[in-house]
Design a protein around this ligand. Structure first.
Ligand SMILES: Cc1cc2nc3c(=O)[nH]c(=O)nc-3n(C[C@H](O)[C@H](O)[C@H](O)COP(=O)(O)OP(=O)(O)OC[C@H]3O[C@@H](n4cnc5c(N)ncnc54)[C@H](O)[C@@H]3O)c2cc1C
Length: 384
């Protein structure tokens, strides 16, 4: 199969499929190897931030469970900050549906996607890359490693491995649909659930995705925190399916982005936000950047890894670094001083004007701060 492809992509998650779609649209001959057979589920909360929605077009509407405009942030025992955007701030789906949808986009664009085929080895020979996939050997000028947070490709070509933290969740099913209804219009983020991280509740079609992320390496404490969160929210009598847990990148830097003819994208490159856990938007963006960098290199530009590293450092890393700085500041403040700060008169108006700068909210949204403790009560007792 030598000479048949310009580019081999390993992994058909959001990063790999987005890379393949963009590469095919740019006229590159691309093959994707994906070890799983789709549709398959993947541990994820399936929250698509407005950044993801901006990257994709309206054809994604068919797989969206809920378009959510209201997010509730619970800070300390009494304070709830509620943001209601003019547009969707987060849409929910499942990774089974999202990854299938993105792979189909890549195939429609002209990429060849082979499911159920794992890439077992990769060698960068300087002028091209050789891989073995199943029982076949093939080579191409470029390899894109989109094999996720646990991916082995980087190690095979001498790119440093990542420092990891984690996230875990359960699917929580109501006894009747009416129990679910009060949760359908909002995402709940609770900063008090986990030190150095947070808990989330995202509504899906027939259940809630209830999870926690961040802080430390994955361990049994994550599962305990999920269970505690379910109890605290008054969901203890609902049917719990799970738990599901997986590492997430804990830090980001340019060292894991590329080496010679291998470009690393998405979680494999550590391109997820270590504070919010958001990784889908950066996976899509980095996959597309890798494809564009390879196209430019094959047109006679600089080498693809230099172009890709330069663009990722300029376009993706600053977004993540900004969030890390903000997250560290808020965690360092702690819930007490943070709650006190939120009670300062005029704070709601100040934050309302500032929200769009976070990149997840458009102008014209409404922010309220409730310091009566009612938000927390309604979240788990009155509402449920
Ligand atoms: C519990 C949890 C909740 C999360 N919730 C959210 C959320 O709500 N919103 C959000 O934006 N982000 C979320 N994230 C992060 C998000 O899931 C990741 O950032 C995203 O999946 C990264 O996409 P990717 O394409 O880089 O990797 P992946 O989605 O991991 O895809 C990698 C693919 O490569 C394949 N593969 C691996 N090795 C090989 C091989 N050798 N050969 C062939 N194929 C291979 C795998 O089968 C897989 O399909 C969450 C993460 C976790 C753990």
């Amino acid at each position: 199969m030598s000479g048949q492809f310009d580019l081999i992509v390993v992994g058909a998650g959001p990063a790999g499929s987005s890379c393949a779609e963009r590469a095919a649209k740019l006229g590159l001959r691309v093959v994707v190897f994906e070890k799983e057979v789709f549709p398959r589920s993947k541990p994820c909360a399936g929250g698509l931030t407005s950044r993801v929605l901006r990257l994709l077009d309206s054809s994604i509407d068919g797989i969206i469970h809920h378009n959510i405009r209201t997010s509730e942030f619970l800070v300390g025992p009494r304070v709830t900050v509620t943001w209601t955007g003019r547009d969707t701030t987060i849409a929910t789906t499942t990774r089974k549906e999202l990854d299938q949808y993105l792979a189909e986009r890549a195939i429609s664009a002209g990429a060849r996607v082979e499911f159920g085929v794992a890439v077992d080895s990769a060698i960068d020979l300087g002028a091209h890359v050789e891989v073995t996939a199943g029982s076949r050997s093939l080579s191409a000028p470029y390899l894109v490693a989109a094999d996720g947070v646990r991916g082995c490709l980087k190690g095979m070509v001498g790119i440093p491995s990542l420092r990891l933290s984690g996230a875990a969740y359960a699917r929580v099913f109501p006894n009747t649909f009416s129990d679910l209804e009060p949760f359908l219009d909002r995402a709940i983020i609770d900063a008090g659930v986990r030190r150095g991280g947070y808990g989330w509740i995202f509504p899906k079609r027939d259940h809630l995705n209830v999870g926690v992320c961040g802080g430390a390496a994955l361990g049994p404490d994550y599962i305990r925190d999920v269970d505690r969160f379910i109890e605290q929210r008054g969901l203890g009598s609902w049917r719990v399916e799970g738990h599901f847990a997986r590492p997430t990148p804990a830090a980001v830097g340019s060292a894991s982005l590329a080496k010679r003819r291998v470009l690393v994208v998405g979680d494999a490159a550590g391109l997820a936000d270590p504070i919010t856990g958001e990784g889908i938007s950066h996976s899509i963006a980095s996959g597309r950047l890798a494809a564009e960098s390879i196209r430019q290199a094959l047109n006679g530009g600089d080498d693809a890894s230099t172009i890709y590293r330069g663009r990722a450092v300029a376009e993706i890393l600053p977004v993540i670094s900004h969030s890390i700085r903000l997250g560290r500041f808020l965690h360092a403040l702690g819930p007490g001083p943070l709650s006190a700060g939120l009670r300062i008169p005029g704070m709601a108006a100040f934050l309302e004007s500032w929200m769009p700068r976070l990149g997840h909210a458009s102008e014209g949204g409404r922010l309220t701060i409730d310091a009566s403790g009612r938000g927390r009560r309604t979240a788990h007792s009155e509402r449920a």
